[in-house]
Design a protein around this ligand. Structure first.
Ligand code: HJL
Ligand code: ZN
Length: 172
């Protein structure tokens, strides 16, 4: 379990990104991916729906994917049908932009989020994905095509990338 979040004021994107970063720092380092933290927030009530970080759950799991798997287990609803249980105004905070391609070939997080586009209105990202693993990430464009707004929250880039690449031999 994560420790309860500090009270973050509605619209404090920097505050939520900082909290997502604290989640990322719990992720075990792995040279072939990034340590990422993510939060799903109900903006109507300013309440956290769920959180996740890279490799939090067993298997090769991404932060955003962990958020969705945890919610799916909680509600006993398959991941692809989560839009049935998500609040009307859900937003996602993630320290690195959601992936559009994975070296492992697993389903990219962008596809998982696009399935929930009628509920997930905005994705706040702390940095664009560095090009180390999969070249240019098409995540932002794919989300925007699906009508999801993508907003870069500035100011934590250095810390986000430091935590994301901790344990990597060749830092990007
Ligand atoms: C995001 C994560 C995570 C990445 N990106 N947004 N959240 N690990 O939790 C993106 C990176 C992939 C590699 C390797 N990382 O993770 O491109 O093995 O981790 O499927 O492409 O792919 P796998
Ligand atoms: Zn991903």
């Amino acid at each position: 379990m994560t420790s309860p979040p500090p009270q973050i004021l509605p619209g404090d994107h920097h505050g939520y990104m900082q909290y997502a970063l604290s989640l990322a720092s719990k992720s075990p380092p792995k040279p072939t991916n990034y340590r990422v933290g993510a939060i799903l927030l109900d903006i109507s009530t300013n309440s956290i729906i769920t959180t996740g970080y890279t490799l939090e759950l067993s298997g090769n799991t991404h932060a955003e994917q962990c958020c969705l798997i945890k919610l799916s287990e909680e509600h006993q609803v398959p991941e692809e049908l989560l839009s049935e249980v998500l609040p009307q105004n859900t937003v996602l905070y993630t320290t690195i932009e959601p992936c559009s391609k994975r070296l492992s070939g697993n389903r990219p997080c962008v596809e998982r989020i696009v399935r929930l586009a009628n509920k997930v209105k905005t994705v706040y990202v702390g940095v664009k994905e560095p090009e180390t693993f999969v070249g240019e990430n098409k995540g932002r464009a794919r989300l925007e095509e699906a009508g999801i707004k993508v907003v870069l929250v500035e100011g934590l880039e250095t810390e986000i990338l430091d935590i994301a690449t901790a344990g990597h031999e060749l830092k990007s």
